[in-house]
Design a binder for this molecule. Structure first.
Ligand code: GDP
Length: 361
């Protein structure tokens, strides 16, 4: 396209920020992701969300209709948010890109009743080590005794409609979490009191069950990305793709395939790629790019649909020969227009950083 308005074909335009969800077991990571996906689907519009491989894309318009007055689409030029579907800090810590975290931003889920638990501390350590910006979702506010739930409402609206007693109980729990963050060395406050999100952690009270506070959480993620990560999102979307392997999986009819999160550029069918392998980098050629079929089509035919090309940020299954020795967490790079030896060297360098890093733990 030769129009400026067509951002998707404008080299150097903005990619979607990648969001990871971390936290202690049972604090609600899976439920939170399900709620975001479910609310997006119930917005009803075609294209409200796209189910990728290993990730869910929520376009800006959908974020905006879910967040109501909190997100005005006109104030943003990032295309939306890409949530990695595998929650938990173990997947997060192995998902790396260029020595940093694959995720651009994270949600640390903390059960308001349970507060900090061992895996909360571990997750905080990893976020700090990788320098990943994050917000805290203080989850399960609906379990506050006497709580009167208001489905999908922004937090301040539901908060104001509670009894004094319920509000006080929630406040006690929220301040406990803010105190624990402070003990861990993070200056934190309720998100609407935070002016500078670079030096302070915003705490967003939510319920993954009732959807209360989900508009706020989306607004904070969108706002943080737009404000502090816009320059990192400026990539050459037409350039040779770069990604990270989430998983290596056998698929009927395809053999070993890679589930990849692409964070830069484009990957196309027929592209020559270099992938980190157990012994040495694997050089191969993309035979097919696959995505789950839209929900309505699933079960009618094959499970996957084929795509000609995929642009960052995106989750995609890559079918190619010789992938048996590929490794989860390893880099994937498209060679297109570059010297193969340079790309192999880049993959080797990234692999050595990953190995050093896991040796540290
Ligand atoms: P994960 O281990 O962090 O992924 O936690 P899950 O999402 O599996 O949630 C653990 C349990 O907490 C499940 O029984 C959920 O239904 C419940 N749960 C999660 N979020 C909420 C919430 O906001 N309110 C209530 N009442 N229960 C929740």
């Amino acid at each position: 396209s030769d129009t400026d308005a067509d951002a998707a074909t404008d080299p150097g335009s903005l990619r979607t920020p990648i969001v990871a969800v971390l936290g202690h077991v049972d604090h609600g990571k899976t439920s939170l992701l399900d709620k975001v996906r479910g609310s997006a689907v119930s917005e009803g519009e075609a294209g409200a969300i796209t189910q990728h491989i290993g990730a869910t894309a929520v376009p800006l318009d959908t974020v905006s209709s879910m967040a109501g007055d909190l997100v005005m689409a006109d104030d943003f030029d990032l295309p939306g948010l890409l949530f990695i579907d595998t929650p938990g800090h173990h997947s997060f810590s192995t998902l790396r890109a260029r020595g940093g975290a694959l995720a651009d931003i994270a949600v640390l889920v903390v059960d308001v009743n349970d507060g900090f638990q061992p895996q909360t501390e571990e997750a905080l350590d990893i976020l700090q080590r990788t320098g990943t910006p994050f917000v805290v979702a203080a989850n399960k506010i609906d379990t506050t005794p006497g709580w009167n739930p208001q489905a999908d409402a922004p937090v301040q609206q539901t908060y104001e409609s509670q009894t004094d007693r319920a509000r006080e109980r929630l406040d006690e729990n929220l301040y406990e979490i803010i105190g624990e963050l402070s003990d861990a060395g993070f200056s934190a406050d309720l998100y609407w009191r935070v002016q500078n999100f670079q030096g302070n952690i915003g705490v967003v009270p939510v319920s993954a069950m009732t959807g209360e506070g989900i508009p706020d959480l989306l607004a904070v993620l969108m706002g943080l990305s737009q404000r502090y990560m816009k320059t990192e999102m400026e990539v050459d979307l037409q350039g040779p793709g770069k990604g990270t392997v989430l998983e290596v999986k056998d698929e009927k009819g395809f053999g070993a395939t890679l589930d990849v999160v692409l964070y830069d550029g484009t990957i196309e069918e027929g592209d020559r790629i270099v992938v980190g392998g157990v012994e040495s980098p694997i050089v191969t050629e993309v035979r097919a790019l696959l995505r789950p079929k839209a929900l309505s089509e699933i079960r009618t035919e094959a499970e996957f649909e084929r795509l000609d090309s995929v642009q960052a940020a995106s989750g995609v299954k890559v079918a190619a020969p010789d992938l048996d020795d590929a490794m989860a967490g390893a880099p994937v790079r498209v060679v297109r227009g570059r010297h193969l030896e340079d790309v192999i060297a880049a993959v080797e360098e990234e692999l050595s950083e990953i190995e050093v890093d896991t040796a540290d733990e």
